[in-house]
Write a protein that binds this ligand. Structure first.
Ligand SMILES: Cc1ncc(CN)c(N)n1
Length: 259
């Protein structure tokens, strides 16, 4: 073996060691990237919120809501909202009941069912609250005629009661509907508000901390279901999430007399 050969072998061994080391480093960084990728993978509902931020803000920061917060609200708009929302909540109940049935069939430990059952109980309170509020504001609930935006929203919910509609879709819709009210009224209550005294209770009804915790539980259930769902079901749920936001905007528009 020549001197050159020895050098060659030595350098070849050196570069081989370098290659092995580089490969090991790459594998390590790939492993790290994959692990970090999994760790920092954002929940589906978070991805939707980021992607549809404008529409979400449109639903949770509507002029009607802003007017409650800054005290400039028109009380005839509030009364219109009150009567229409009473009708909406009554249609919301069968939808929530159908979601409860889906959860009882699909969720393993039964904990989802308890959260949804709690939601049903709070809807019962909500209906009674509307009756009380209506009598305070002299709104006759029996003579309220459902308006177009409300009819469309109720029809959307009715279609979702079908057993064909997958649980991840239904629970995502349920979460989104409750979350819009929670965020809207919690915004009203943020520091510096000038909520008229008569409407303070309304804001607290959905803007309070316990309602916030309940919405967070619904969101966690939705994310857990979506994580296991097929791409088709996830995209159906996303489309339904967008429909909720659009219906909520239309509902506020109707309340201020713009629909
Ligand atoms: C239109 C609408 N959206 C949501 C909520 C809250 N349950 C409601 N009462 N009305």
């Amino acid at each position: 073996m020549s001197h050159l050969d020895g050098d060659y072998l030595a350098s070849s061994k050196l570069s081989q060691n370098k290659i092995v080391k580089e490969k090991e480093d790459m594998e390590e960084s790939t492993k790290k990237a994959v692990t970090e990728g999994v760790d920092c993978k954002i929940p589906v509902t978070e991805a939707w919120m980021r992607k549809h931020r404008l529409l979400y803000d449109g639903a949770t920061r509507h002029t009607f809501i802003r007017s409650i917060r800054d005290g400039s609200v028109d009380f005839s708009s509030f009364k219109r909202w009150l009567g229409q929302d009473y009708i909406f909540v009554r249609s919301f109940v069968p939808f929530v009941a159908s979601t409860l049935v889906k959860s009882s069939k699909e969720s393993g430990d039964g904990l989802d069912m308890e959260v949804i059952l709690g939601g049903m109980a709070s809807l019962n309170d909500e209906i009674n609250w509307f009756k009380n509020e209506a009598s305070k504001f002299h709104v006759s609930l029996t003579s309220v005629v459902p308006q177009k935006a409300n009819i469309k929203y109720c029809r959307f919910l009715e279609n979702l009661t079908s057993s064909e509609v997958e649980y991840p879709v239904a629970i995502s819709v349920f979460w989104a509907i409750e979350a819009v009210y929670q965020e809207s009224f919690a915004h009203c209550l943020e520091e510096g508000h000038k909520i008229p005294e008569e409407l303070q209770e309304t804001c607290e009804r959905w803007g309070n901390e316990a309602f916030g915790t309940y919405c967070k539980s619904l969101r966690e259930i939705a994310d857990r279901c979506l994580q296991k769902a097929s791409p088709e079901v996830i995209s159906k749920a996303e489309v339904s999430f967008l429909s909720v936001l659009e219906h909520e905007v239309d509902f506020w528009n109707m309340s201020v007399g713009e629909a």
